[in-house]
Design a binder for this molecule. Sequence first.
Ligand code: ZN
Length: 217
Amino acid sequence: MNRELRETVCRTNRALLSSGLVTMHSGNVSGVDRESGTVYIKPSGVDYESLVPEQIVAVDLASGEPREGQLKPSVDLPHHLYLYRHMEDVGAVVHTHSNYATAFAALHRPIPLVLTAIADEFGGEIPCAPYIDNQGDHIGQAIVRWRGRGPSILLGNHGVFAWGETVHAALKAAIMTEDVAKTVHLALQLGQPLPIPPDEAEKWHSRYLTTYGQRDL
Ligand SMILES: [Zn+2]
């Protein structure tokens, strides 16, 4: 058992609530331990406030069967599993119905590339997949089919899926998606936001990926 990942997944599920990305039981975070082939995911229908690491459900990545969890895993488990099986560099997945981003999803509208923050984190617009039902692998397949360069996507009439190499990175992608959705929403109240030309967006994105932060120190 990967105690550290189980605790991180628990803490990050709770962070969804404190970040204002979810209400009640909606949303979920998972992380994968690729070495042991184990996915750690939020249990179904448990309050975030009372969630403790022991309640996080360990699931076998290959079979999708719970390993050692006492509770039922989130009903969104199949989508998380699909992404881990088809996006090899993904270490964590976050799903929310965060308000501003989901408002765009209600209109089947991507979040356009009109902010340098969008260029930084996403390298282009945040795409929106059409409406997809919740059966089998439909949601997972749609995410893989419709995703853009960046680590999140809107699902029409539904919400947000975000991902990253680490649990922290996936949470960040979910928070950034909501943050830029809010700003673009405000801009749309004032008028028509102006696009960033693709070559300009590229400068922001490549700087963000290569020189931003403390990695060279
Ligand atoms: Zn959902």
